[in-house]
Design a protein around this ligand. Structure first.
Ligand SMILES: O=P(O)(O)OC[C@H]1O[C@](O)(COP(=O)(O)O)[C@@H](O)[C@@H]1O
Ligand SMILES: [Mn+2]
Length: 326
């Protein structure tokens, strides 16, 4: 008799996932605004790993802190969880926005997503060209093949507004100068961010609150898969294409099993099945508030979502300091 497969019980697992992102955020609380990116990241990594290992899952980290030889913890391929439970892929960024945290600037998050084994794109640690919009638009209204200005005009047309009324979020980097000029030629507004493109993409899903209609530009490919997971839960479209600067980066893709280096991945090619997603605010942001520190308590806000139902929970957690990490 063969054992029946253990199902991906996303409803129950999601609450555990919230604990994991909360723990990482609480651990980095003392390091917000202290100018030490490494220490903040390390604290988040340790706490995230400890909590993750309490979950009844047979998990494999597919998007993590780096290759095994560069990251001692939460490296790509690390097995996590108790081993009793469903086989799952895990994508995580224990501290998305290390510099934002060190400088106490907005939108630093702890982020984790979980999906059935083999359903998340094993994106190597290279850059990805990204394009994202919120829900409610026809399929493929914009594409990575269009120029930045064409994307703005196409989105404005679909929204029946002037390009002037569109706001595009972009990472402020020298490599984006041409793209920024092209977007500006349409009259659109640009929200420049210094870091944190997972939050940048999520902004599109709540355009009425954040004021951001579209995200574009290149950033980390791991962050791309995390952002695609979030949009799959909230609604919205996203595309990504890996970009390679040298043979080492192409080698990373080969190692991850990627053969078509020019492929444009749609959201559901990056996240092929139902996914659960949790993100906790570290610094204040437009999606969730950052950690609040009182003498005896820490308070966090977590966004917890399931793509199967499209449910979006915002959870406020006030925890006595003596219990943090316990
Ligand atoms: O700083 P770069 O090399 O342009 O990379 C951009 C990436 O760095 C980030 O801004 C922050 O990354 P960290 O979480 O490693 O601090 C990401 O959001 C983004 O994808
Ligand atoms: Mn990151």
């Amino acid at each position: 008799m063969t054992a029946s497969p253990v199902v991906f019980a996303d409803r129950l697992l999601s609450l555990g996932l919230a604990r994991v992102s909360e723990a990482a955020a609480m651990a980095s609380a003392e390091l917000v605004g202290r100018g030490d990116e490494k220490a903040a990241d390390q604290a988040a990594v340790n706490a995230m790993r400890d909590q993750l290992n309490l979950l009844d899952i047979k998990g494999t980290v597919v998007i993590g802190e780096g290759e095994r030889d560069e990251a001692p913890m939460l490296y790509i391929g690390e097995e996590v969880g108790t081993g009793n439970g469903p086989e799952v892929d895990i994508a995580l960024d224990p501290l998305e926005g290390t510099t934002l945290t060190a400088k106490d600037m907005p939108n630093a998050l702890t982020v984790i997503a979980m999906a059935p084994r083999g359903t998340l794109l094993h994106a190597p640690d290279v850059y990805m060209d990204k394009l994202a919009i919120g829900p409610g638009y026809p399929a493929d209204v914009v594409s990575l093949e269009m120029s930045p200005s064409e994307r703005v005009r196409a989105l404005a047309k679909a929204r029946e507004c002037d390009p002037n009324d569109i706001t595009v979020c972009v990472l402020e980097r020298p490599r984006h100068e041409e793209m920024i000029a092209d977007i500006r030629s349409t009259g659109a507004a640009i929200r420049l961010i210094t870091d944190g493109d997972v939050a940048g993409v999520i902004h599109c899903a709540e355009a009425e609150i954040t004021g951001v209609d579209m995200y574009m530009g290149s950033g980390g490919a791991p962050e791309g898969v995390l952002a695609a997971s979030a949009l799959k839960c909230m609604g919205g479209q996203m595309w990504g294409r890996l970009t390679f600067r040298n043979d080492d980066e192409r080698g990373r893709a080969a190692k991850a099993g990627i053969t078509d280096l020019d492929k444009i991945y749609a959201r559901d090619e990056m996240v092929q099945a139902d996914v659960i997603f949790a993100a906790t605010g570290v610094t204040d942001g437009s999606i969730v508030e950052g950690i609040k520190r009182e003498p005896d308590h820490l308070t966090t806000e977590t966004l917890l979502m399931r793509s199967k139902t499209g449910s979006v929970r915002r959870m406020i957690y006030r925890n006595p300091k003596e219990w943090v990490g316990a």
